[in-house]
Design a protein around this ligand. Sequence first.
Ligand code: 13P
Length: 251
Amino acid sequence: MAQNITPLIAGNWKMNGLRVSLFEVEKLASHLTSGEPPRCTVALCPPATLIAAMNRIAAPAGIVVGAQDCHPAASGAHTGDLSAPMLADAGAQLVIVGHSERRTDHHETDELVRQKAQAVLAAGLTPIICVGETLAEREAGRADAVVSRQLAASVPEEAAELDVVIAYEPVWAIGTGLTPTSADIAQMHKSLRDQLVARFGAKGETIRLLYGGSLKPANAREILAIAHVNGGLVGGASLLADDLFAIISAA
Ligand code: 13P
């Protein structure tokens, strides 16, 4: 990992977790506060229903709480949606946007993802903007082209000034136990870094690039050591405090 970037390990609970699940956060908080302080920023993105309650446990332990999506508008007639200012009000500091599950389930386009990222930034929060190719796209030799297009179109111009995080999550690696080879991750992250530097100059060197997709204690050390991998976005393994703590310790 780049020496000048503090890594970020962010858990994405997806549509999992009830109030009873917060005991895992209590456990993680106790792991984090009982030994040496972690050398990375630790974040958890629970369902929005848990943001406020999780924050009460997480904040004293230095765990940042985030959300998983937001509407591009700040308020208005959008029944069932949540805006970035609302998530900020509930205690979120980060918002995942453009996760592949939302791009697929809700037909989110790069344009919409960029608008959501802009809304997150306007609310004073940090977006984690997700990109990643499907298996069909990788097999067709189009992984680079697809991810480059997503990056160019989903990352807003405001990233020149404000803090954004990019997560590379190959769709076929999410929840499958499959991961790309270290060489493939290295190549993709180098390509992402080069594109960010080409677009944003020196600022592009400082943008965190997370890897996501079947990241777990068994592979974390190897993956998190790859150049231009500045942390991870963790799904399944983030639901268990012991697993997430093992990944944090590997960072
Ligand atoms: P898994 O770690 O369960 O593969 O999920 C990755 C992910 O989608 C995180 O956003």
